[in-house]
Design a protein around this ligand. Sequence first.
Ligand SMILES: [Zn+2]
Length: 182
Amino acid sequence: MKKIKSEPYAIVQLGNAVLRKIAAEVENILAEECQQLISEMMSTVSQAGGVGIAAPQINHSVRIFIMCSKPNERYPDAPFMPPTAIINPEILHYSSDKIKGWEGCLSVPSMRGLVPRHSQIKVRYFDQQGQEQLKEFTGFIARIFQHELDHLNGLTFIDQLESTKDLISEVEWYQQFAFKKI
Ligand SMILES: [Zn+2]
């Protein structure tokens, strides 16, 4: 029997009200509905070549995001991190310094922004099995966490820019910053 490739889930784009809502806490992580949403998010982010996706981006206003960093065409320098579901996340501590780095977003197509983020964070969240996790993240992983957590609070990376001059077209970004890409 021929295997039918599943359709990618539609990713909500900037301007949709769901991206501006404060997402609700997840009450029952082990519920089938929640587990199903997590697997939909994992397949959507991998098909889209993203390094993270938050539930509001597929039109579910709940506090879940996926981090799945690995080098790809969109992020040639990304470190490896297996797909990880982050549920009801909180940042417990931020380093005082902020570092600017390039970000894109599956809900903000064709643009890149130079976004200031705390370089180190201590976080608390629940994993897909409902276990509490306390972790420390630095660099690009800390950046993804802050970007995705913003989505649960109705913000996109554009809201974090210091200046509109830090927003550029993805075509220009590839030409100027991703020339190492083969
Ligand atoms: Zn995003």
